[in-house]
Ligand binder design. Structure first.
Ligand SMILES: Cc1cc2nc3c(=O)[nH]c(=O)nc-3n(C[C@H](O)[C@H](O)[C@H](O)COP(=O)(O)O)c2cc1C
Length: 234
């Protein structure tokens, strides 16, 4: 089964005589939009955090958007194999990206061992990708308390009763514990092993997908505390 071919897509650079004018028009509009894009970013009117916020908001406005906060968190495994899973971005504030979860499951252990991580977003509605690389630091317990208190009660219960990532013989045991806690009506305190990390980026790349594969890519890289900005080939 071919998953890359798309007969509807056609080639924007098709040499067929009849399509020639359309192709020229297409190339011209692509050229104009790339020039505009480059000058807007390079003239440094925008910083990467503003661009991130704008793109996030744009995705939120899309009809039927799902979870723009979902991003792939990549860590470096103890065995040096990369390891990746989705997490939910809680917040971007003060130029850091915050996510939460168990501190003693694999992600927590791996970050403790090596704080270098990557966060990758794909927004289907707006067809945009953002890649972030940086260092993760534990957030304060006060912040962890706040994020925990904002979670739905059922999520709080699961975090409090489950040892994330540990093997279990029978999920029924956990389910009956869930029901017991749920019916008790008791306040769920943040477990000590639940917290969060803030990622301070050193590199952020923005990509606008283009069906011609002429993607617009711009890389922000921290150099001496300044953002160095480069346009990248598609
Ligand atoms: C869309 C989505 C969002 C998720 N958000 C989180 C999250 O914010 N925090 C978290 O710990 N796990 C989250 N998970 C579960 C993780 O993908 C993962 O299974 C879990 O964190 C255990 O990973 P680890 O064993 O590497 O620590 C999410 C999963 C999906 C599919």
């Amino acid at each position: 089964m071919c998953v890359t071919g798309n007969s509807k897509e056609g080639s924007p650079f098709c040499t067929d005589e009849t399509n020639n004018n359309l192709n020229k028009l297409y190339c011209f509009s692509l050229y104009i939009s790339l020039c505009y894009y480059s000058s807007e970013i390079i003239s440094n009117k925008m910083n990467p955090f503003q661009i991130f916020s704008t793109w996030f908001e744009e995705e939120l406005k899309q009809e039927g958007f799902k979870t723009p906060s979902a991003c792939c968190l990549s860590t470096i495994g103890l065995d040096e194999y990369p390891n990746a899973r989705f997490v939910a971005l809680k917040e971007m504030r003060d130029d850091v990206f915050i996510f939460c979860g168990s501190l003693d499951s694999r992600k927590g252990i791996e970050i403790k061992h090596n704080s270098k991580v990557a966060l990758t977003f794909w927004w289907d509605g707006t067809e945009k990708q953002v890649r972030i690389q940086g260092s993760a630091m534990r957030i304060s317990t006060t912040d962890a308390d706040t994020y925990f208190s904002q979670r739905e009660r059922k999520a709080q219960i699961v975090s409090s009763i489950s040892k994330q990532g540990h093997p279990i013989a029978d999920l029924e045991v956990l389910m009956s514990e869930y029901t017991r806690v749920s019916l008790s009506g008791q306040k769920i305190e943040r477990p000590e092993n639940w917290g969060g990390f803030s990622v301070s980026p050193i590199r952020i790349e923005f990509l606008e997908f283009n069906s011609s594969r002429f993607h617009k890519r711009v890389l922000f890289q921290k150099e001496n505390n300044q953002w160095d900005i480069k346009l990248l080939q598609p």
